[in-house]
Design a protein around this ligand. Structure first.
Ligand SMILES: Cc1cc2nc3c(=O)[nH]c(=O)nc-3n(C[C@H](O)[C@H](O)[C@H](O)COP(=O)(O)OP(=O)(O)OC[C@H]3O[C@@H](n4cnc5c(N)ncnc54)[C@H](O)[C@@H]3O)c2cc1C
Length: 383
C-alpha cells in the first residue's frame, strides 16, 4: 500500500473510476491506484437517480448504453463480490406531449430499433396499461423499452472496487489529489495528501471537479459543475414498475425495489457551482411537475431531498480520451446526467486506451477536439 509508484493513477472513486480500475485489472494492468478524497461513491454517483436507459437520440449514446446494460445484466456474477447491484429491468416510459416530441420519438425509436434495442412507440392507453396511475391528459404518445431499468449506485460502485482490489488494484480513500506533475508534456507524478505517486498515466475521473483536476496538470477542460436536486419518499406498496420520464416537464420518477419513490427534474437555472445543498423550493417545484402526471404520489411523504453535481460539457456529452498535448493524461468527464449508466462501457473503453489497445468502439467523436472543430454532439433526449 505504501508503494509510491503506479502504472495508472485514477483520480476519483465514483462509478467511472472504480469501473475503469476493474476493467484495467481484468486486462492485466493491476498496478493501479484509485485515489478518492472522500469515501467511494461520495460524489455524483451516490447522489444520482441511477436510472439506466437505451432510449437515446444519438447513435453513439444508444450503443454505449446498450453495451453497458448488457454488462450490468451479468455484473453480479462477473464481479462475484457478494454485493447485489439490484439491477431491476422494469423499463423506461418516456412521455411525449407535443407533435415535435412525437416526431423526435419516432426518429429515436427507428434508430434504436435499427440497433436491436427492444423499444416501441405506444399510445397513451398502452402507456396507462404499463403505469395504471398515469394521468394521460394531454399525452400524445410514449415510448417504452422493457430492458431499461434501475440500479443501486452504492453497491455497483463498491462491487467494482472490491473486484478491482481482488485483482491487485489499490484504493486510497480519504486521500486528496493536490497536484499533478508534468515534464516535457508528459505526466510524471501525482501529489496527494498522503504522499507522491510516480506515474506516467493519470486518469481524470473526478466528476464535478474535472476542470479543477485538469487545471492541476495545466489542462483547460471545457467542463463545469451544475447542481441537480432529487428527493426520496417513504416506501410504499409497489405501484409503479418503470421509470417515467417527461422531457416536456423535465422530470424523471421511479419506485425503487424498496418501495420509495425517487424523483428529480432538470432546472436550467440551477447553480453552476460546487454546491450540493438542497433548496427550499425544490420539493414544491418537483410536486408541481410530477403530480399532474402521476397524481396518487400526492399522498406520499417526502423523507429526504439532496443535490449532486452534473459535470457539464458544452454539448452535455462525455469527453473521453487522452489529452492531445499531454501524454499520459486521460479523461472520462462531462457526463451530464447520464454518466452512471455509461460506466461499464466507459470503463472498458478507457481501460483499452490506457493499456495501449484500440478501443472496441470508435470514440473519436467524443474526443475533446470536437469542440475546436465545432463538431458538437447534440443529444435530443437529455433530462
Ligand atoms: C441528481 C442527479 C441525478 C442523476 N441521475 C442519473 C441517472 O439516473 N442515470 C445516470 O446514468 N446518471 C445520473 N446522474 C449522473 C451521474 O451521477 C454521473 O454522471 C456519474 O455518477 C459520474 O460518475 P463519476 O465517477 O464520473 O463522478 P463522481 O461520482 O462524482 O466521482 C468523482 C469522485 O472524484 C472525487 N474527487 C474529486 N476531486 C478529487 C481530488 N482532487 N482528489 C481525490 N478525489 C477527488 C470526488 O470526491 C468523487 O467521489 C445523475 C446526477 C445527479 C447529480
Amino acid at each position: 500500500m505504501n508503494k509510491n509508484t503506479a502504472e495508472v493513477v485514477i483520480i476519483g472513486g465514483g462509478i467511472i473510476g472504480c469501473a475503469t480500475a476493474y476493467y484495467l485489472a481484468k486486462a492485466g494492468v493491476t498496478d493501479v491506484v484509485v485515489v478518492e478524497r472522500n469515501y467511494l461513491s461520495s460524489g455524483s454517483t451516490g447522489r444520482c437517480g441511477a436510472g439506466v436507459r437505451q432510449q437515446w437520440g444519438l447513435k453513439m449514446n444508444c450503443l454505449l448504453a446498450k453495451e453497458s446494460i448488457r454488462a450490468f445484466e451479468t455484473l453480479n456474477e462477473e464481479l462475484d463480490t457478494g454485493f447485489d447491484i439490484e439491477f431491476k429491468q422494469k423499463g423506461y416510459l418516456m412521455l411525449a406531449y407535443n407533435e415535435k416530441m412525437v416526431e423526435q420519438y419516432k426518429k429515436n425509436v427507428a434508430l434504436q430499433q435499427s440497433l436491436d434495442i427492444p423499444v416501441k412507440l405506444i399510445t397513451p392507453d398502452e402507456a396507462k396499461e404499463i403505469v395504471p396511475h398515469l394521468n394521460t391528459d394531454g399525452l400524445l404518445a410514449a415510448t417504452f423499452c422493457p430492458t431499461d431499468g434501475h440500479i443501486n449506485p452504492f453497491t455497483a460502485t463498491i462491487s467494482y472496487a472490491e473486484a478491482a482490489k481482488r485483482l491487485g488494484v489499490r484504493v486510497m480513500t480519504y486521500t486528496e489529489v493536490t497536484g499533478i506533475e508534468v515534464e516535457n508534456n508528459k505526466v510524471v507524478a501525482v501529489n496527494t495528501s498522503n504522499g507522491k505517486i510516480h506515474t506516467n498515466k493519470v486518469f481524470n475521473a473526478s466528476g464535478g471537479y474535472s476542470r479543477e483536476v485538469g487545471a492541476m496538470a495545466g489542462v483547460e477542460l471545457p467542463t463545469h459543475p451544475e447542481r441537480h436536486q432529487i428527493l426520496v419518499t417513504e416506501p410504499v406498496a409497489r405501484l409503479q414498475d418503470p421509470m417515467v420520464i417527461s422531457l416536456q416537464h423535465g422530470f424523471y420518477c421511479q419506485q425503487t425495489p424498496h418501495g420509495s419513490f425517487v424523483m428529480g427534474f432538470g432546472d436550467p437555472n440551477e447553480l453552476k457551482e460546487h454546491v450540493v445543498t438542497s433548496s427550499w423550493n425544490f420539493m414544491e417545484e418537483m410536486a408541481e411537475k410530477v403530480l399532474p402526471v402521476l397524481p396518487p404520489l400526492a399522498e406520499l411523504r417526502v423523507v429526504r431531498q439532496w443535490a449532486g453535481l452534473y459535470n457539464m460539457s458544452p454539448d452535455a456529452q462525455p469527453i473521453l480520451g487522452e489529452m492531445p498535448n499531454l501524454q499520459g493524461f486521460f479523461n472520462a468527464v462531462g457526463f451530464s446526467g447520464h454518466g452512471f449508466m455509461l460506466a461499464p462501457v466507459t470503463g472498458m473503453l478507457m481501460a483499452e486506451l490506457m493499456s495501449g489497445q484500440e478501443p472496441h468502439l470508435d470514440i473519436k467523436p467524443l474526443s475533446i477536439e470536437r469542440f475546436e472543430k465545432g463538431e458538437l454532439l447534440r443529444e435530443p433526449s437529455v433530462v
